[in-house]
Design a protein around this ligand. Structure first.
Ligand SMILES: NC(=O)c1ccc[n+]([C@@H]2O[C@H](COP(=O)([O-])OP(=O)(O)OC[C@H]3O[C@@H](n4cnc5c(N)ncnc54)[C@H](O)[C@@H]3O)[C@@H](O)[C@H]2O)c1
Length: 260
């Protein structure tokens, strides 16, 4: 990872921030992208303090805005001259509701961010990587990208699409030294998941979390740094023949049939 140039979207908190710390610890230079300007600045400050040798630029962008995505790619090339990796991570869950009650405007927003945002990222990064004959892309799907999830129809649709687009990028760009894979995290304790437990049990979100963890073979939720370790590997040169896969990082939960 030393001196590799990696773009991370949704870098201000959660899985993106954890990956930024892990990659910085390995010597990568970073473009941190997020639409939350204040948290993004805080993230940069925190990482620069811990890893002063790492070069970091921040770009405020909403990944559902195509021109903003083009801009974060252009800014990265201007600052570093190349792009070795893209961690296409920014995403939202939407509200939880049954299929026929789901708010159509929220449905479209989830698709715009989770599906189109990931697509735009690849659309503008792939030509840069193709010219270098090298690149690594990690798209963030979810267990909702390989299974159905109650009351989350647009999220599940968008994350299945992420897995599908990953396969296409792999087969169209594998010949250019570009490896594209996706991860499918289970419940990882980030601000997004904390918010989901608040929706499930507003009076006692901690009880909802404890109950949820009982379904997992490990009897606990995952932690952001556990995902970041896998992501760092998937963005490294060592991933030379793994391409087009969606890798579950969920303590084994998505393989269960019956009770554990
Ligand atoms: N946490 C989990 O358990 C879990 C499980 C499966 C998949 N995921 C996926 O992982 C990714 C990160 O999730 P998280 O849990 O870290 O979420 P989070 O809400 O804690 O952090 C997401 C970050 O992305 C940013 N963001 C959201 N929409 C954006 C947009 N349109 N443009 C730019 N930045 C944007 C937010 O400001 C925030 O900093 C998402 O794609 C999510 O669907 C998370």
């Amino acid at each position: 990872m030393k001196n590799k140039v990696i773009i991370i979207t949704g870098a201000a908190m959660g899985l993106g921030l954890a990956a930024a710390k892990e990659l910085a610890s390995k010597g990568a230079n970073l473009t941190l992208v997020d639409y939350n300007e204040a948290s993004l600045a805080q993230a940069k400050q925190e990482i620069s303090k811990a890893f002063p040798d790492v070069k970091i630029i921040t770009v405020v962008a909403d990944v559902s805005d195509e021109s903003a995505v083009k801009n974060y790619v252009d800014q990265t090339v201007k600052a570093f001259g190349r792009i070795d990796g893209l961690y296409n991570n920014a995403g939202i869950e939407g509200r939880q509701a049954g299929m026929t009650e789901y708010d159509v405007n929220i449905f479209k927003k989830v698709i715009d961010i989770n599906l189109m945002g990931v697509y735009y990222g690849m659309r503008y990064v792939l030509p840069v990587m193709q010219a270098q004959n090298y690149g690594r892309i990690v798209n963030v799907a979810s267990v909702g990208g390989i299974r159905g999830v109650l009351n989350q129809v647009p999220y599940v649709a968008s994350k299945h699409a992420v897995s599908g687009m990953t396969k296409n990028a792999a087969l169209e760009y594998g010949r250019y030294g570009i490896n594209t894979n996706a991860i499918a995290p289970g419940a990882i304790l980030t601000p997004m998941v904390a918010e989901a437990f608040k929706q499930v049990n507003p009076a006692d979100p901690k009880a909802a979390e404890t109950e949820y963890a009982q379904r997992n073979p490990t009897k606990r939720l995952g932690l952001p740094h556990e995902v970041a370790k896998v992501v760092a590997f998937l963005l490294s040169e060592d991933v030379s023949y793994l391409n087009g896969q969606t890798i579950a990082i969920d303590g084994g939960e998505s393989n269960i049939y019956g009770n554990v």
